[in-house]
Design a protein around this ligand. Structure first.
Ligand code: DGJ
Length: 733
């Protein structure tokens, strides 16, 4: 899997279908040679042109050699202030005030199993899975500062992970100002970049553009990975499609500020780099101290986006979260937020839950509004956050009284928290006003009337762990929705001296992982769902804690088609929270049939977010049947290979997607039309991933070969109302 070739001084990392190659030069620089389709060659350094790039600098140790330039050569971890002017992997200020860092090869280790980081979540090797690690240590010969580059090779899954640990030398204090988790160089240009942008209510919409000369960059400086850009992008050939062409996926396992950039330089070479955003980032390291940069997950597919997504889906379904819920059946949820917001009492909740059973729900979630008392009662957005005890006015019999009654009905009980936040109108704020992020002498900005707790403080983290665990340890909660509803600003912590304020953004995220470890990992029987004003923190690191994440606050079926389509490029359907809500939709005012709303919500962890008391008996019965369809197919939906069968952004006037069992014996296809009339051309949905030589029964009726279903496809009927839904069940004979 990992080959060190002593003759050529190369490292080759092989997965089933890909290779990644690096080379140590005679001067100790680590070059990146190749990433792509599997090769058997042990040294492809011939690809570096033997030309003088005049005006480029040549390191002094190369003597009169004018070809050897760090800016013309492909780098694995680019040096700083040493003649590579492209996006840097590292920026430091040394004790003597210099900025130089030149990492040269010192040693390496290859071992079975997957490295882990001690401060950050990472992917792990599943039981009996063949995974290998390569560690390469680079060191600056003058300062003694070293970086360990980690590579995790998941051979069967065609995934390579990378991470970096920097360790200060013995010369004195070091100021780390930038460190990228991964950087990959290509000797050519002509790439597109596909990335996922959005905002609250409309996350992860795909956008594809050609990379021209210069720097393309996405990122977040909002303290969380955020609604605006996802820490994930695909570099691909301009002709790449779902089924053809080179596609490289780059994903950062980090929930805070990130940057992902791609540069095409003047020689038309391309570099992609991703890591913690270096805005307002400066970490001070004393002699011998270390800093870990988060893990990056890389995959390559020569067959376009479907295979790329399968690689990410397989790894997130098996190697991110060790919760027992990841690969088990998930409950159908009925959530109180959209129907009731803050206005409810025990009687109303129980009546809703009773009807929820008729609807087919397994679990009732009491969302925001259950906590705080008196003046601080959570009857609106302005009070209560931080006071995690029930409001006796709404819950006279306490959480336990409600939970017992729900359990007696045969329903599970879920509860909402927003642990990282506080309202000024709360007992927590009264007792600890200094526990918020706030710049001295400035009034902090509020967002949704709330302030961010300072999770960089260990005392705040320990308090939160004990306050939330006090509720969970009653043993009456089966599910937790972990919400986070603002972005961070006023980033200053009175806990740290003024010269360490550049550490706070990152220390906040370390604190967040600390409290997630202390709450999530100590409650293995509770299903956790992540959330951040919908999908504002939908990232790989969060998936190490939460088997599922609420995808978006937008529950409009048409919008969700786009949000879920975009999300599916990196994240499996089993991680996407998706609910049927009432129509007209609260936000968009649009109306869709129950069938269409259900079909769209089956592209995720299915549930309802409506008041069943407002439904007719027929509607309740119809929904109950939908939950049965979902339950029957949940294994296929969560465990099968997922295919996008349409490209809504490229003018397709239907959305279609498909789940195929790993043994290709059955498949489930959903298609939602926009507006197809008799005046339109014929539209066929081409079914992917089937065995071309087997015959499949379509909805128990027509029999077609896998080949015909792919090459000819199934006709989408004309003249149906806009947003009609078609479901095709395919069973191999
Ligand atoms: C934002 C979430 O995305 C919603 O589902 C809901 O939980 C609200 N917060 C509650 O404040």
């Amino acid at each position: 899997m990992i080959i060190f070739d002593q003759t050529h001084n190369t490292f080759t990392l092989n997965t089933k279908n890909t290779s990644y190659q690096m080379k140590v030069t005679e001067f100790g620089h680590l070059l990146h040679l190749y990433y792509g389709e599997k090769i058997t060659d042990r040294d492809v350094s011939y690809l570096i042109p033997n030309v003088i790039r005049s005006h480029e600098s040549n390191p002094s140790e190369v003597g009169a050699n004018r070809v050897y330039s760090l800016c013309a050569y492909p780098q694995e971890f680019s040096s700083n202030d040493a003649g590579d002017y492209r996006i840097s992997s590292i920026e430091v200020v040394n004790t003597d005030g210099s900025y130089a860092f030149v990492g040269k090869y010192r040693s390496h280790k290859i071992y079975k199993g997957k490295y882990r980081l001690s401060t950050l979540p990472t992917l792990f090797a599943a039981d009996n899975e063949d995974v290998e690690t390569l560690e390469i240590e680079l060191q600056d010969e003058v300062t003694g500062v070293s970086v360990t580059l980690y590579y995790g090779v998941f051979a069967e899954k065609d995934v390579i992970t990378r991470a970096v640990k920097l360790t200060n030398g013995d010369k004195g204090e070091l100021r780390l100002q930038k460190i990228m988790s991964a950087s990959v160089d290509f000797m050519t240009d002509d790439f597109d970049i596909l990335h996922f942008f959005g905002h609250h209510y409309y996350e992860r919409r795909p956008e594809r553009q050609h990379l021209n000369h210069g720097v393309f960059e996405i990122g977040s400086t909002r303290g969380s990975s955020g609604h605006f850009h996802n820490p994930f992008a695909v570099l691909c050939a301009p002709e790449a499609t779902e089924t053809n062409g080179d596609a490289y996926g780059f994903l950062l396992m980090y929930s805070g500020n990130f940057e992902l950039s791609a540069e095409v330089d003047g020689y038309s070479q391309t570099r992609v780099a991703l890591g913690i955003n270096h805005k307002q980032f400066e970490f001070k390291l004393a002699v011998g101290e270390s800093f870990e940069a988060p893990e990056a997950v890389l995959t390559y597919s020569k067959d376009g986006f479907s295979t790329l997504s399968h690689n990410f889906h397989n790894i997130f379904r098996n190697n991110a979260c060790d919760s027992k819920f990841v690969n088990s059946e998930r409950p159908v949820i009925l959530n109180s937020w959209e129907p009731f917001r803050f206005t409810f009492d025990e009687e109303k909740l129980l009546k809703t839950a009773e009807l929820g059973k008729r609807l087919g729900a397994d679990l009732f979630v009491l969302d925001d509004g259950w906590f705080g008392q008196g003046d601080f009662a959570r009857d609106h957005e302005k009070a209560g956050l931080g006071d995690w005890t029930e409001d006796p006015k709404k819950l006279p019999n306490g959480l336990k009284g409600l939970a017992d009654k729900l359990h007696a009905m045969g329903l599970k009980f879920g509860l909402w928290f927003e642990p990282e936040m506080v309202n000024e109108r709360s007992n927590l704020y009264k007792a600890h006003p200094d526990w918020c992020l706030k710049v001295p002498d400035r009034a902090p900005s509020r967002s949704r009337h709330q302030l961010c707790l300072d999770l960089s403080r260990p005392d705040v983290c320990e308090y939160l762990i004990s306050a939330i665990n006090a509720v969970l340890d009653q043993g009456i909660i089966d599910y937790v929705k972990w919400d986070y509803n603002r972005y961070v600003c006023d980033v200053y912590s009175t806990y740290y001296p003024q010269d360490r304020q550049g550490e706070i953004y990152h220390r906040y995220i370390l604190g967040l992982y600390r409290i997630l470890d202390g709450i999530v990992k100590t409650h293995p029987d509770i299903l956790f769902e992540g959330c951040s004003g919908g999908g504002g923190r939908f990232d790989g690191a969060m998936l190490c804690y939460h088997p599922q994440i609420w995808c978006s606050d937008n529950t409009d079926a048409q919008s969700r088609l786009t949000v879920q389509y975009g999300t599916s490029f990196a994240y499996p359907v089993s991680t996407m929270g998706a609910h049927v809500s009432a129509c007209p939709n609260k936000k968009t005012k649009r109306v869709f049939s129950w069938e269409t709303r259900a079909a769209v919500a089956m592209h995720g962890t299915f549930g309802y977010e409506l008041d069943p008391a407002k439904m007719t008996d027929e509607e309740l019965d119809a929904c109950f049947k939908q939950t049965e369809i979902y339950r029957k197919n949940q294994r296929l939906i969560f465990g099968g290979d997922y295919y996008r069968l349409s490209a809504p952004n490229d003018g397709d006037i239907f959305s279609a997607w498909e789940f195929v069992s790993k043994d290709k014996s059955n498949a489930l296809v959903f298609a939602v039309t926009e507006d197809i009339s008799i005046l339109d051309k014929n539209y066929y949905v081409h079914i992917k991933g089937l065995d071309p030589d087997r015959n499949y029964k379509v909805n128990g009726d027509l029999t077609l070969s896998g080949k015909a279903l792919d090459k000819i496809g199934l006709l989408i009927p004309h003249t149906v109302p806009p947003f009609s839904t078609f479901v095709f069940e395919l069973t191999a004979e």
